[in-house]
Design a protein around this ligand. Sequence first.
Ligand SMILES: Cc1cc2nc3c(=O)[nH]c(=O)nc-3n(C[C@H](O)[C@H](O)[C@H](O)COP(=O)(O)OP(=O)(O)OC[C@H]3O[C@@H](n4cnc5c(N)ncnc54)[C@H](O)[C@@H]3O)c2cc1C
Length: 371
Amino acid sequence: MDTLYDLIIVGLGSHGSNCFSHFSGKMRVLGIEQYVSPHTKGSHNGETRIVREMGYSGEYIDIARRSLELWSQLQDSTSEQVYVKSGGILFGHQTDNQFRDFTQSHNPNLQQLKHQEVESRFPIKTSQDQQFFFDKSAGFVKPELAIQIFINQGKAKGGELINNCRYINHIYKDDEIHVYTDLGVFRSKKLILSLGMGLKRLQNTYSSLDIGIYKQQVVFFKTDNKRFDDLPVFLSEDDSQELYGFPRVNGEVKIGLHHFGPSLEHPDLYDQTKNEEGSANIIRGFLMKYMPELKDATVSRVQTCVYTSTRDHNFTIDFDPRCKNTIILSACSGHGFKFCIVMGEIIEEMFNTGVQKYKTFQLSRFQKPKF
Ligand SMILES: Cc1cc2nc3c(=O)[nH]c(=O)nc-3n(C[C@H](O)[C@H](O)[C@H](O)COP(=O)(O)OP(=O)(O)OC[C@H]3O[C@@H](n4cnc5c(N)ncnc54)[C@H](O)[C@@H]3O)c2cc1C
């Protein structure tokens, strides 16, 4: 209780670990994590995450571009492979809503490909009613490695970290914030709450923090087929079913279904041992149609992870309505990892200006209109 920190960051997962790296060295920082990150009990496990600008528009586009710049810089600064610029392909039908929204964002960096070119370059079977767009700036990052790098960077710059320590709540006392945990009380001038699905526990304190938790599974297919080494990361919509996947990494092609279910009422109900029926069958159906070279591949692993999601699928990054020294950070909804590398910059600007300039991320967007 003696030390007064400049900043406490609670939750050292995807976004908290980047903030830990970003602010350490600039001020006295304490990170508090209930487990030891990276781990498999949150939203960041699974070995790969897509990074892209394809599909983004509005307030997302600048931060998507900035995140790609920062991933490149991180890759240049390390001998380990954390970012792979594989390119990305988006395919679907103009009758599918999400695909139409994605491709009508008029991003000049998206290049439409002819069916013949798709089939000659990639192990993808096309059908004439589909459209294909290529984003050469897209690729994937390795989430566990990225988080480990951020934590190491933060520690090297003097950041302090307490693992296996669970945040309970915080109170405001004069100009200080008192953070209560199961290992005692810590004092700070500023606070970032980047709890992932743990934010659901704060629903009573922040009534407009409307967060759902959704269990997700990704399926790994074992294959010796080297054509899948050159597969770009892909997003596909077929009959309103959205799927995404990665090139072959360590002999496996990982594919996931982007959907929002089954949902959990509380983070404590998350049970990774229970498999969600159905995902693998839907993915197999997709492979038979669009990647027939993989249709008989063996499922080598299934991994479970969670999406936290707001009602409109946009992030919530905003001040505690009671105090501008606390920021709630939830960059979620199944597409947040790519942005973790830019979170430190966004939050530093918020602390400096006292303003959340991105309207898309403001908590108040969920407030009911007053009559
Ligand atoms: C299957 C799947 C695929 C995805 N694919 C992509 C993709 O391709 N591209 C992309 O950009 N995004 C993707 N995402 C989304 C992305 O992974 C998430 O948006 C991101 O990981 C969320 O980060 P977070 O920091 O909010 O949560 P986390 O990384 O889970 O971090 C939260 C941390 O807070 C800690 N914590 C919680 N409660 C407490 C407490 N009380 N006390 C102390 N610590 C606490 C947790 O232990 C955890 O370490 C995917 C997500 C899933 C599940």
